[in-house]
Write a protein that binds this ligand. Structure first.
Ligand SMILES: C[S@@+](CC[C@H](N)C(=O)[O-])C[C@H]1O[C@@H](n2cnc3c(N)ncnc32)[C@H](O)[C@@H]1O
Length: 233
């Protein structure tokens, strides 16, 4: 199968008031294409991906619980701000943890979080996501929402999920970016899409893919172990 032309579904012609955080909206204000957006906000999912992160998180947090939200691949902190804004708007107790490998990205994320109005809810970790997940797992937290968006090779995606899975609340949700199918199913270059296929075959569960958002590679998906796992008691 021929390689597909890069596709970009990040939107620029939209009402910035729809972005749930005013600082993020202001940073995206002048961007009219992917190059301008990358200069202003880095490799972030953009609109409407930001809102997927925000609403999936807001609708997944559990009243009465301490809600742990985990992210790999902070980049410049714009997705982290969406997760933290959802926690703030939920009015619930909790914390956001995000890990980034690159020190310069980590520094930019610190700056952006400090201006976002929700930085007090976030702990940024510098280092490899797999090391971060292993260390994080030692404290046995119950993770309510995770956004896995660091290394995009399928092996890395799968390994992150393997480390995360024992920590996940049964009704917890895991969000992925860059889910678009690039090549044949068994091609090792089939990155997040290949990782998701392997997650589904190893762990089962439910996956909903949203193809028309984010940018090269486009697509975001949400995984959940079981749709009705919540306890009504
Ligand atoms: C696509 S960007 C993340 C975008 C961000 N989640 C957002 O939507 O705003 C991927 C980031 O993961 C980082 N990264 C790559 N490999 C990593 C690893 N093994 N551990 C932690 N971060 C990693 C990269 O430096 C990059 O900043």
């Amino acid at each position: 199968m021929a390689e597909k032309t890069p596709l970009f579904y990040r939107k620029f012609d939209y009402d910035r008031r729809l972005v749930p955080n005013a600082y993020v909206a202001s940073r995206d204000q002048a961007a009219t294409n992917v190059a301008q957006a990358e200069a202003a906000t880095g490799l972030t999912v953009g609109y409407p991906g930001w809102n997927i992160l925000y609403y999936v998180t807001l609708a997944s947090l559990k009243p009465g619980d301490h809600n742990v939200i985990l992210e790999t691949g902070t980049n410049w902190g714009f997705s982290t701000i969406m997760l933290a804004q959802a926690l703030r708007d939920s009015g619930l107790d909790g914390e956001v943890h995000s890990s980034e490998l690159d020190p310069e990205n980590h520094r930019r994320a610190q700056d952006n979080l400090a201006r976002s109005g929700v930085g007090d809810l976030v702990r940024l970790h510098l280092g490899d996501s797999l090391a971060f997940l292993r260390e994080f797992a030692a404290a046995r937290p119950v993770v309510r929402v995770a956004f896995l968006d660091s290394g995009h090779d399928q092996e890395h995606v799968l390994e992150e999920f393997r480390l995360l899975r024992p920590l996940l609340d049964e009704a917890g949700t895991v969000i992925f970016d860059n889910t678009f199918k690039l090549r044949t199913d068994d091609d090792p270059e089939q990155k997040v899409n290949g990782g998701l296929r392997r997650i589904m075959s190893e762990f089962g569960g439910n996956l909903v893919n949203f193809p028309h958002c984010s940018w090269y590679t486009p697509g975001m998906a949400v995984w959940q172990a079981a749709p009705f796992a919540q306890d009504w008691a």
